[in-house]
Write a protein that binds this ligand. Structure first.
Ligand SMILES: [Cu+2]
Length: 145
């Protein structure tokens, strides 16, 4: 009987810890992605210094056509969350302004814990509407450099 439970736990415990802690090993962290229907090519630019947990930070979103032409006057809705935890973003980030042709400021980003986050953008422009999802992994806070 003991051996039965021992073998169950030797399988279960690594599975449980993997499910709680680690993002999928094959997670695509690309910061430039083509939208679902191939309407846009979108590049996310995180802050140059990774922000601390629970600190508000600002990103940039570059929206271009598949041939690389900047897409101006787009409306970008932002959503996201942690797929492994079943919760959304702790804030409601907004694409507040177009800083240069096709380059938008994404303000109000915040991550409330480490791990795998999805950032989902829904983009509307004269060229059409399309969606894209980015993955980002927020690391353990590091000691100040
Ligand atoms: Cu979480």
């Amino acid at each position: 009987m003991y051996r039965f439970f021992a073998s169950i736990f030797s399988v279960l415990i690594p599975m449980l810890t993997a499910a709680c802690a680690a993002p999928p090993a094959d997670l695509d962290l690309a910061l430039t992605r083509t939208t679902v229907d191939k309407t846009f090519v979108v590049t996310l630019q995180p802050p140059t210094t990774p922000a601390a947990i629970n600190q508000i930070h600002t990103w940039q979103i570059k929206v271009a056509s598949p041939s690389g032409a900047p897409i101006s006057h787009a409306r970008i809705a932002v959503d996201g969350g942690m797929p492994q935890h079943g919760h959304g973003l702790p804030t409601r980030p907004q694409a507040t302004q177009e800083m240069a042709e096709g380059i938008y400021l994404l303000e109000g980003m915040k991550f409330s814990m480490t791990g795998w986050w999805e950032i989902k953008l829904a983009i509307q422009s004269a060229q059409g509407s399309d969606k894209v999802t980015f993955n980002t992994v927020v690391a353990e806070p590091t000691v100040a450099r």
